[in-house]
Design a protein. Structure first.
Length: 135
């Protein structure tokens, strides 16, 4: 499942949306069959990111909310912070600057509790959201 989730992420970055969806959906099926809630949330977040990139903002918001609830329950801070940044970008596209700022603030707060390596990767994602809010 992890390899398929990673493949989905790589395909998403390359703009191969149909293949990314297939990889995320296969990984999600495996995660659910194995009862791996973290992997399940990660796959749903990937599908949410895909929906965001395809301009399906309502779908993106719903998928990201579903994944967010699980990540909060599991206290998976790194994945939650990354998801919050994507959610903030979706909020901006839905003309909700206040919600985007709230998502960024929470992501920054979470990043402050993480190790330097993880926070460094997250900082790049947060900078993308900061720049979008500033536009």
């Amino acid at each position: 499942g992890y390899a398929l989730r990673s493949l989905g992420g790589a395909l998403l970055e390359q703009g191969e949306y149909d293949d990314a969806r297939s990889a995320f959906e296969q990984a999600l099926t495996i995660a659910r069959a194995g009862g791996n809630r973290r992997a399940e949330a990660s796959c749903i977040a990937g599908l949410g990111d895909l929906a965001y990139r395809q301009g399906r903002h309502g779908d993106a918001a719903a998928l990201l909310s579903e994944a967010e609830a699980t990540l909060r329950e599991l206290d998976d801070r790194p994945l939650l912070a990354d998801l919050l940044c994507t959610r903030g970008l979706v909020d901006l596209l839905r003309a909700d600057r206040a919600a985007a700022q709230t998502a960024l603030s929470e992501a920054e707060q979470v990043a402050g509790t993480m190790n330097a390596g993880t926070a460094s990767t997250l900082n790049r994602v947060m900078e993308r959201l900061r720049a979008a809010i500033a536009e």
